[in-house]
Design a protein around this ligand. Structure first.
Ligand code: GLA
Length: 383
């Protein structure tokens, strides 16, 4: 046998390596849901126009890229139960039908919240606060009617949304003022009664900040100690470029996973516009007057910022992927930059760039960065 000389084998090695690389490139999935199929579901919050046929290009993105949906507004109390005894299921039915038709995991958002809940819920016919018993009865009736209608179709419900203050204490919402702290336990019991197989979640923002996170941990433990079904925590993740840090996200996911529940990222977006307040809360009641300085990219986003946004998304997804066994879903709050709530919050009429698709429905550099994180070449870094 002649000696095995590198010069002899080199052409073959190079050919094989080129083949492997091009196969890897071909294997790189082009859709978010394929890219993360072995990791977690990828969702989007969708609006009426998207699921009722008014925005076909956006609907096409939703159908091809996502395997979970959340309703931006149609299942909130004010939409589905606008007046005493009057339920309006027209839009919610279409939302659920869209998810079924496309074989998606359908999220219910949300049952009990202090916002987008009409004042009548807490009042009698003369506008006076109702009794604890009367409000419990209204709550039960609402939950049984809404959850019951979509039993077996909606896979998981945000039962209570945003029950905590920033310091981790319970928010003094009308629910708590009238019923007391156990309104939470009751809400989860009613939801479980209405659909025993639905997953039940608690959903909130700023849980990456320690005081609020500790409040949420105490709340989940309390629900668990009362024997109430609670399957998961929703971290909303209405993020900024510099908050929360990847360490905070990492620690937050670990802390909730230690409670034995699933962690979900439920409302992901990244606000790169100038901060209008010092707060990193996502309280929808905040409002700041518009001015040109707060809206610097009305005619387009500089490429340097596109790249920074892409890097920020990549950094966050590297944390999510490191926790792939603990995270069951990552949902974006919107589909394209045009339909994000951040165009109008906390400052009305801004041009914001928080998502993966631009105003013309084209994928942004941030989309490629997120897909790249899932590529087989990055898989070695995962748990
Ligand atoms: C909160 C709610 C969502 C939505 C967003 C902003 O995070 O949970 O339903 O209203 O605010 O649009």
């Amino acid at each position: 046998m002649p000696p095995m000389r590198l010069e002899f084998w080199l052409p073959l090695i190079l050919t094989l390596a080129a083949g492997a690389l091009s196969a890897a490139a071909q294997d790189t999935p082009l859709t978010l849901k394929d890219a993360f199929k072995d990791d977690f579901r990828i969702g989007a919050a969708i609006n009426q126009s998207q699921f009722e046929g008014g925005s076909p290009r956006e609907a096409q993105i939703i159908q091809s890229q996502f395997n979970a949906i959340s309703p931006e507004n149609v299942l909130k109390w004010e939409s589905v139960h606008p007046a005493p005894g009057q339920f309006n299921f027209q839009d919610a039915d279409q939302y659920v039908a869209f998810g079924q038709k496309n074989h998606m995991f359908i999220v219910g958002h949300n049952l009990i919240w202090h916002n987008q809940t009409p004042a009548w819920v807490f009042e009698d016919a003369d506008g006076n606060p109702i009794s604890r018993e009367a409000l419990i009865a209204r709550m039960r009736n609402h939950i049984l009617t809404v959850v019951g209608r979509y039993k077996g179709k909606i896979g998981g419900w945000d039962v209570v949304n945003e029950a905590l203050n920033e310091d981790g204490t319970l928010r003094n919402s009308p629910w708590r003022r009238i019923i007391g702290d156990d309104y939470l336990v009751l809400a989860y019991q009613f939801a479980h009664e209405a659909d025993p197989s639905a997953q039940l979640y608690y959903n909130d923002y700023s849980l990456e900040n320690l005081p609020k996170r500790q409040g949420a941990i105490a709340l989940i433990k309390k629900l668990q100690s009362r024997g109430v079904r609670i399957d998961g925590i929703g971290l909303q993740e209405h993020d900024k470029m510099d908050w929360p840090s990847t360490n905070q996200v990492d620690e937050t996911i670990s802390a909730f996973a230690r409670l034995g529940i699933k962690v979900m990222v439920t409302e992901l977006d990244i606000d790169l516009l100038p901060a209008a307040t010092r707060s990193n809360s996502a309280d929808i009641s905040m409002s700041v007057a518009a001015n040109a300085e707060l809206n610097p990219y009305a005619s387009g986003l500089p490429d340097s910022l596109q790249q920074k946004l892409a890097q920020r998304y990549a950094d966050l997804f590297s944390v999510f992927l490191a926790h792939r066994g603990q995270i069951s879903r990552v949902t974006f709050w919107g589909v394209t930059d045009a339909d994000s709530w951040l165009n109008n919050w906390p400052v009305p009429g801004r041009t914001s760039y928080p998502l993966l698709f631009d105003r013309d429905c084209n994928p942004k550099p941030a989309f490629a960065a997120v897909i790249h994180m899932a590529s087989p070449m990055n898989s070695a870094t995962r748990n």
